[in-house]
Design a protein around this ligand. Sequence first.
Ligand code: COA
Length: 382
Amino acid sequence: MREVAIVAAGMTHFGELWGASLRDLFVEAAQGALTAAGTDHLDAIYVGNMSAGQFVGQEHLGPLMADHLGMAGVPSVRVESACASGGVALRTAFLEVASGASDLVLAAGVEKMNDGADVTAILATASDQETEVYHGATFPGLYALIARAHMAAHGTTEEDLAWVSVKNHRHGALNERAQFQRELTTDQVLSSALVSEPLRLLHCSPVSDGAAAVLVCPLDQASKYTDHPVVIRGTAMATASLALTDRRDMAFLDSVAASGARAYEMAGIGPEQVDVAEVHDCFSIAEICCIEALGFAPLGEGRHCARTGETALGGRIPVNTSGGLKSKGHPVGATGIAQAVELFEQLTGASGDRQVHGAEFGLAQNMGGTGASSVVHIFQAV
Ligand code: COA
């Protein structure tokens, strides 16, 4: 396989973007990456998207997005793995370039969730229809079950969960593209409206619109586009049962651990060498489960990390410096690519007030559903 690098990135603001359509968002992010690389040529396009068909009634995104980018004729296809669609689009682009089939590929993600659709019901289609949705389960409800299981197994408290939101909003307050650029206190989180006990409004990622894009090419061609490429050292995906009830342990995300282990092996590093990470904090409990499964904290100890500052900017392993899904926003199909954008900027020293100084290795973990799919990328500054 050829070595593959990210050479440019683009991203829209995340939030309730009433003035922009799905295709407008995609073009803004993709054009940002193309302009940064100084090129108007692509060999292929992958569009990460969970459910534009349900959110805005639009399928067949590949040709639509290529056409609106002025690239009709270029191979272009949608990639879907629920909320991991963006991460899987990046992995697909990596494989196409690594294999030698293409030299310059756009991996993008886009979602428009605020167009009046029944968001909670649409998102729930990524969980098990027969054993979960039919019985009334929603994603806040399913993650509440995970939180309860973690509390029972490890003594995790509602305050531990609140600290994850406080930490990520502190980071998001420094990110001009974040949906919520304001700090929170634990009291505000713990007194916010109950959504699904023990999860409250301020434990949840919001409903968001947005798009993100990165350009990948062989490392030995990267100098055509940038002086600061970021190499993709590891990429791995794993799956687990869709239904929580079929899991060995509801409080442990097997797919995250497996995708992380494979990515570490491919990159030839361990968790202790990662300098900065973006993980899938769709609900505050998810960040705690993910950092444990990825080896950033021992099992049962992840609950302390936000409170102690270990996962905050300036801490041992800063997690979700972008603000994470909680504060930056979670336009589901765009999230995995937005994580790559954050790490591309961190590893090229372009993160401003959020910069992790001297960062060499970054890890992105993106998952679908309650962890039925998980994809991990490890990036290195060169
Ligand atoms: N975090 C912080 N603030 C939020 C928020 C969130 N997650 N969601 C909404 N808000 C704010 C809104 O901006 C609004 O503030 P304002 O009154 O100052 O304008 C206020 O809270 C009420 O917003 P509203 O849109 O009425 O909330 P809602 O009750 O419709 O939705 C949730 C709240 C938590 C139910 C919704 O955000 C949600 O479903 N989140 C989870 C999404 C999800 O499951 N994603 C997939 C994960 S796998």
